[in-house]
Every structure is written in C-alpha cells, then in structure tokens.
Design a protein around this ligand. Structure first.
Ligand code: NAI
Ligand code: MG
Length: 362
C-alpha cells in the first residue's frame, strides 16, 4: 500500500537538508517494497511569508491524513519581533498539539568514527546508544493553575503546576516498554518521587504496568538529579530513559552534547493509534534552522536523514531498510566525510550536497 508522507522543510537550513533526505527517500522507494506519495508544504516562517500564519488549516489537515510527517526546522531572525503569538516556532508546536504527539523519542547515538573528535573521553562514550522517551504533551509546561499574579502587598507570584494523570503516565510508559522489547533493552524510569507527588504517582504507575504486562523487561528507577550526574559519569549504563516533559527536555539536551554535534541527532514524536490503525508521527532533527549557516550549503544533513531512518522503522516497520540508511551514514563517516560542524583534522570537508550524495552512494 502506498504510504503518505508530508514533508515540511520549513526555514533556514530546513530546505537544504530536506533536499538530501528526499533523495534518500527516492532510493528507499526504488529499493524496498514501500511506495510513497510525497507531498510538500510550507511551515513556520515560509508559511508566514506566503499565508500570514506559521501553520495553516490545510497543512494541519494534510498532516492528519498522512502516515508520517518529515519535518526540517522553523524560525530565524527574519521573523524576530513578529509577536509571541505569531512566531514561526508555533508551526511545530501547533503540529505536535494538533496531532496529539505525546511521545518524544530522542535517539542519542555516538558514531565510532566521531568518538575521537568529541570533547568527552572516548572510554566514556564509545558505542553509546540511548533512547530518551520524553512525555511531551503534559506535565509542568501545561498544568493548571499557571500564570503570574500580583498579591495584595504588591509581591508578584509566578505559578506552574506539574500535573500527570495515571492515564498519561501509563501511555508513555507503554511506548518505552514496547521500544525496549524491540531493542531487547532495558528501561530506566526517571522522576523525583522523593519530593514530588507527580513523581510518586509516576513511579507507582510505571511499577504497576511493568508488573502486569512487561515483567520480562528489566526496569530500574532513578531520581532525575542523579540521572543528570550518571549521564555525564557513565552514560552507557542507560538504554531507554523514560521521563516527564520537563526532565526529558533537560536530560535530552545533556545527552545530545555527549555526542558532540546537534547536526547528528534525529527524533521521532508519536501519538496514539487512530481508529484507522495509523499512529500519528512526526520525524525531525533535534536541531533548529541554524540561521547562522543557512544558504551556505554547509549544513549537516545527517540528523534529518537519520530521522528518515527512524520513520522507516517506527511508522513503516521497515527495520532492514532503516538499518541500511543508518549504516550508510556510518560508512560515510568512516570514510572521513565531514560537514564543518563535525570537522576534525585529517578529514574530508564537504558540504550538504556532497554529504547527501555520499550517503546515497553508500
Ligand atoms: P540551532 O539548532 O538552529 O543552531 C545551534 C547551532 O548549531 C548553530 O551554530 C548552528 O549553526 C548549529 N547547527 C544546528 N544544526 C546544524 C546542522 N544540521 N549542521 C550544522 N550545524 C548545525 O539552534 P538556535 O540557533 O538556538 O535556533 C535557531 C532557530 O531555530 C531559532 O529560530 C529557534 O527558535 C529555531 N529552532 C527550531 C526548532 C525546530 O524547528 N524544531 C528547534 C530548535 C530551534
Ligand atoms: Mg529543549
């Protein structure tokens, strides 16, 4: 059956790296049982320029009808000062909300040939492969009550509330456990149950679910502050980290820096299975639109290409083809191809297009 993919390149380096990813998609189409219907549209600043808003109803409808969305990046100085309620970033925030994408999967992989160039000791990061499963539609970023109020004595008070229901916790925990089964890995559930009730409930619900349905998968629990420390000290102890919106935000940035470059890291954001069986999904690099290098042909396309590989795995169940794409990326790195963001002495400096072509050739 033909799979519908909506590509939203967005702004800055988005279109440059998307072009390379689309070549890989063509290759996949010609070399696997999959066939795609690819539709392109505008989002973020590009949509503001054309339509006056960062995310149109039409694009939302197309995203909902698609089997998967492949997303570049949005934002840039051109739209600075356009107003908080009109900014390009609402393109991605709106999509996540409209599609109900509650599970953010951030892959933190260290490629062997980049180990030496990292600022972290090789013996700490060699072979690192962590997946952070972050709840992304609940928690303290959305909980009520919230706001800034002024008390009668003039003191001002800023309020946010961490709220998690057992439904939300169980739903995200299931994603982590299912992934662990697929990877034959283990889950570390991270919260602060020592000082937060939402964390206490988190630990209870995860423990219960594990006992009932996932007792075959090794599960451990860790407090979030300790997890931050352990990620720096001995990151390879982790396989899957299951955590809340706030802790996941912080821990995944920490994890990203272990790998050395933002330009290397893919992500997936998944929703709940629909009646037609489709799980809404959006795949994007974790980096932004990199306005400082946009238009110069030197952006690293690997994070988006690796996001495409995640799409093949998680939306289309094409493990073999997904692995081929990942291995092609590894191979070009082994051959010494480097965009400027990952360049080191003795390596072959290439631009976006050459890097894309090298992956395609592999
Ligand atoms: P950024 O990720 O765009 O850039 C940070 C640094 O990393 C820059 O020096 C950039 O050149 C470099 N970099 C990022 N991706 C790269 C790649 N593929 N190849 C080579 N170098 C790369 O983050 P920044 O500068 O904080 O934000 C720029 C814009 O992107 C802002 O408007 C921000 O709001 C937006 N943004 C959008 C995101 C999204 O669309 N999901 C996520 C993060 C930021
Ligand atoms: Mg963040």
């Amino acid at each position: 059956k033909e799979k519908k993919i909506l590509t939203l390149a967005g702004d800055g380096i988005g279109p440059e790296i998307m072009e390379q990813a689309l070549h890989i998609l063509d290759w996949v189409q010609n070399n696997s049982a999959l066939s795609f219907h690819v539709e392109k549209d505008l989002v973020g600043g590009a949509s503001i320029d054309q339509n006056g808003i960062p995310l149109t109803k039409e694009v939302i409808a197309k995203a909902k009808a698609a089997d998967a969305v492949l997303f570049g990046a949005v934002g840039g100085p051109k739209w600075d000062g356009i107003g908080f309620d009109k900014r390009p970033e609402l393109g991605i925030i709106g999509l996540r909300k409209e599609l109900g994408l509650f599970a953010n999967l951030r892959s933190t992989i260290v490629f062997d040939s980049l180990v030496e160039a990292s600022t972290i000791k090789p013996e700490v990061i060699k072979g690192l492969d962590i997946m952070i499963v972050r709840e992304s539609t609940g928690g303290v970023y959305f909980g009520e009550p919230r706001g800034i109020e002024t008390l009668s004595d003039g003191t001002r008070k800023g309020v946010n509330t961490e709220v998690y229901t057992s439904f939300e916790i169980e739903r995200i925990a299931r994603v982590a456990f299912d992934l662990a089964r697929q990877r034959q890995g283990h889950v570390c559930s991270v919260e602060k149950s020592n000082v937060m009730e939402s964390g206490l409930l988190w630990r209870e619900v995860v423990t219960e679910l594990h006992k009932k349905e996932y007792f075959d998968i090794p599960l451990s629990h860790m407090l979030a502050d300790n997890c931050a420390m352990q990620l720096v000290k001995n990151p390879r102890q982790f396989d899957i980290i299951l955590t809340s919106n706030l802790f996941g935000d912080i821990l995944s940035d920490l994890g990203a820096m272990l790998t050395g470059s933002l330009g290397m890291l893919p992500s997936a954001t998944l929703g709940a299975r629909q009646q037609n069986g489709v799980i809404p999904a959006l795949y994007e690099p974790i980096h932004g639109s990199a306005p400082d290098i946009a238009g110069q042909g030197k952006a690293n396309p690997l994070a988006l290409i690796l996001s495409l590989a995640m799409m093949l795995r998680y939306s289309f169940d094409e493990q073999d083809t997904s692995e081929k794409v990942v291995n092609a990326c590894k191979a070009v790195l082994d051959q010494g191809f480097r965009t400027p963001d990952i360049m080191s002495a003795g390596m072959k400096l290439v631009g976006t297009e050459e890097m894309g072509k090298a992956v395609l050739a592999e």
